[in-house]
Each structure stands twice: as structure tokens, then as C-alpha cells.
Write a protein that binds this ligand. Structure first.
Ligand code: NAD
Ligand code: UFG
Length: 329
């Protein structure tokens, strides 16, 4: 397949491009580098052993999308391009809707117009809102607590309704849990701009001495050690989930949780990082972060049953590879 990967230079997109090349697919990356670096594309080619086509541009721009589809024979789309900071989305909701939702509309319309039958979308566990755990795909979704979450829910609906109206169009909605870690080569990984919002890149920067200490948001949650519990998944496992999704695409809309299926607390992740890497992570407890949920993790059985995919790499591998990437920067 010739796969259009929007946001292919980003954290999850870059790992997925490597997995696509390794699986024998061709890749067209469309990225505006708003949150990634150009040299990632060369690294993808090095790791994947083949070249990719790069189109630098904004996939929320109609002309860019039109040209992408006119100039490339595309068989499937994986749409990663999006802005992903929850607090930033509260401050700039329209920027988030434009970037994340408008891009979905344009890409879906171009697929229909050009007869491109496969569309894989990067959704998030945030669409479950506050629900019982583990999260199952058939649960009724709750109103997201941030504009970022709303852009994911809106994109899911737009794609579901489009698939219902267009015979043969295969939409796969992938709801990611918490991707961490990096490619074992240390060449690609998560390197956010500014001070990280997310736990793992914050930990690696503390370990490196770039930040002084970790703030653990909340130690009074109803969890075994009082800190927040999440379902961390190695980014290489997540990448492989996309290959399985593309290869099992079928008309209509399929929805899959991509998670490990088990919960890990903030303190457990810190402990694993210290033990595996032999580095101390100074931390202090801080108040709960507004909008955070106490604990959630995936029921990942549907992906295993229908896609033959499950997460293989454990927490020790995640923290080892995250640290290896940080030290390589
Ligand atoms: P990322 O920021 O590393 O990657 C996104 C990429 O898209 C970047 O390379 C960026 O430059 C590009 N981009 C953004 N807007 C664009 C536009 N309009 N046109 C072209 N390129 C554009 O983020 P990521 O962690 O790799 O996330 C990828 C996707 O997965 C996003 O849609 C995100 O919302 C979703 N997601 C991420 C997580 C997570 O924890 N990382 C969890 C759930 C869902
Ligand atoms: N945490 C800290 N200190 C930090 C950062 C995070 O203690 O400096 C804690 C959080 O309170 C939470 C856990 O670490 O308990 C994980 O936090 P992240 O920010 O890494 O991840 P979230 O689960 O909050 O966010 C993720 C995605 C979002 C998505 C959200 C809801 O990053 O895109 O899940 O599904 F919207």
C-alpha cells in the first residue's frame, strides 16, 4: 500500500512510518513541522531502510490536501496530524477545532473523491470521559472535559457518519491510551517543545538535569498508592497496532482501544525508571491537576481478537527506551 501519513514526523507518526516501511508499505508524509523536526524524516528512512516522500504543508489547508491526493496514488490514510495539549486547547479552542477537526473533514472528503478506501484515525481514551474502568469500546462516550477531547470526539463522529454514507469506505478509530518510550535505536522519540505536560518526558528531563524535580499531581486519589493510574503503552507496540488496523480494514467503522490493559501509578513508573536506569528522580507531591481522572486503563481484548494485535513490551522496556532516547538528544 502507498500510505499517506499526516503528522508522520511526530512522536507516534514517526514510529508508525518505520513500522510501515518495515512491513513493505510505501509512505507519503504530510507534516507542517509545527511540533516536530525535519531531520526526523531522514531518521525514519534510516531505520526503515527505504526512502519516503515528504510533503511539507498544513493538512487543514484545502489546497494542500487537494494537491496531496492529485499528485500521489494513495491507498490509505493514517491521520495523526493534530495539536494535543489539553491546557493549550482550553486557551485556544478555535485553533484546535480548525487544526484537528477541519483536517479530518478535508482528508475524509478527499478520500471519498479519489476513491481511497482506508482511513485510520488517531483518537484518544479521553473520549470515554469519566466512565467505569476498564474502558470498553462499546461504552457510551461522555462529554470530554477539554476542547482537545471534543476535537477527537467530533472527528470520530464525522468519520463514522461518512463511512455510513459511503459504501466501501473503511474507517478505523484507534483510541490510544498513554504512549511512552521510544525506538530502541534512540533515534526517534518524544521530544516536546517547552516544558512537557506529560509524565514521561518530564521524568526524562529531570533525570537529565534539565528540570529540577518532578511534581506528582495528587497523592490522595483512591488508588493503591494515592497517585494517578494510567495505561502506559510502548510507542513501538502502538505503531504496530496501526499496521494491523490497516491490514484488517473493512467497510464501515471499527473502533479499537490500543492500550496494554493494565494500570500503572505515577510512583510505580518513577520506581521502574530509577530501578531500570539507575538514575534518581527527585519528586515532590503537588495538588491534583484540574481535569485529571484518578485511574483508567483499557480493555484491549477487541484489538487482540479482531486485529491479532496486543502490546508486547513491558514498563521496564518503556522506561529504558525513553531514557536511551533522552541521552541521545
Ligand atoms: P506530535 O505532536 O508528536 O505529532 C503530531 C504531528 O502532526 C507533528 O509532527 C506536527 O508537526 C504535525 N501537525 C500538527 N498539525 C498539523 C497540520 N495541520 N498539518 C500538518 N501537520 C500537522 O503528537 P503525537 O503524540 O505523535 O500524536 C499524534 C496523534 O495522536 C495526535 O492526533 C494526538 O492527538 C493523538 N494522540 C496522542 C496521544 C499521546 O499521548 N501522545 C494520546 C492520544 C491521542
Ligand atoms: N503527572 C504528574 N506530573 C506531571 C505530569 C503528569 O504527576 O508532571 C501525572 C498525571 O496527573 C497523570 C499521569 O501522570 O496521573 C499521566 O499524565 P500525562 O499528562 O502523561 O497523561 P494524561 O493521562 O493526563 O493525558 C493523556 C494524553 C492526553 C489525553 C489524556 C486523556 O496525553 O492527550 O490522556 O485521555 F487527552
Amino acid at each position: 500500500m502507498n500510505v499517506l501519513v499526516t503528522g508522520g514526523a511526530g512522536y507516534i507518526g514517526s514510529h508508525t512510518c518505520v513500522a510501515l516501511l518495515e512491513a513493505g508499505h510505501s509512505v507519503v508524509i504530510a507534516d507542517n513541522f509545527s511540533n516536530s523536526r525535519r531531520d526526523t524524516v531522514e531518521r525514519i528512512e534510516r531505520l526503515g531502510g527505504r526512502s519516503v516522500k515528504l510533503v511539507e504543508g498544513d493538512v487543514a489547508d484545502e489546497r494542500t490536501v487537494r494537491e496531496l491526493f492529485e499528485q500521489n496514488a494513495i491507498d490509505g490514510v493514517i491521520h495523526f496530524a493534530g495539536l494535543k495539549s489539553v491546557p493549550e486547547s482550553v486557551a485556544q479552542p478555535l485553533r484546535y477545532y480548525r487544526n484537528n477537526v477541519f483536517s479530518t473533514v478535508l482528508l475524509a472528503a478527499a478520500c471519498i473523491e479519489h476513491g481511497v478506501g482506508k482511513f485510520v484515525f488517531s483518537s484518544s481514551a479521553t473520549v470515554y470521559g469519566s466512565n467505569d474502568v476498564p474502558y470498553r469500546e462499546e461504552m457510551e462516550l461522555r462529554t470530554p472535559t477539554s476542547p482537545y477531547g471534543s476535537t477527537k470526539l467530533a472527528s470520530e463522529r464525522i468519520l463514522t457518519e461518512t463511512a455510513a454514507s459511503a459504501p466501501g469506505f473503511a474507517v478505523t478509530l484507534l483510541r490510544y491510551f498513554n504512549p511512552i518510550g521510544a525506538h530502541p535505536s534512540g533515534l526517534i522519540g518524544d521530544d516536546p517543545n517547552g516544558v512537557p505536560n506529560n509524565l514521561m518526558p518530564y521524568i526524562t528531563r529531570v533525570a537529565r538535569g534539565k528540570l529540577e524535580k518532578l511534581k506528582v499531581y495528587g497523592n490522595d486519589y483512591p488508588t493503591p498508592d494515592g497517585t494517578g493510574v494510567r495505561d502506559y503503552i510502548h510507542v513501538c507496540d502502538l505503531a504496530e497496532g496501526h499496521i494491523a488496523a490497516l491490514e484488517h480494514a473493512r467497510p464501515g467503522t471499527q473502533v479499537y482501544n490500543l492500550g496494554s490493559g493494565s494500570g500503572v501509578s505515577v510512583l510505580e513508573l518513577v520506581e521502574a525508571f530509577e530501578r531500570v536506569n539507575g538514575v534518581k528522580i527527585p519528586y515532590e507531591f503537588a495538588p491534583r491537576r484540574p481535569g485529571d481522572l484518578p485511574a483508567y486503563y483499557a480493555d484491549a481484548s477487541r484489538a487482540e481478537r479482531e486485529l491479532g494485535w496486543s502490546a508486547k513490551r513491558g514498563v521496564d522496556e518503556m522506561v529504558r527506551d525513553a531514557w536511551n532516547f533522552e541521552r541521545n538528544l
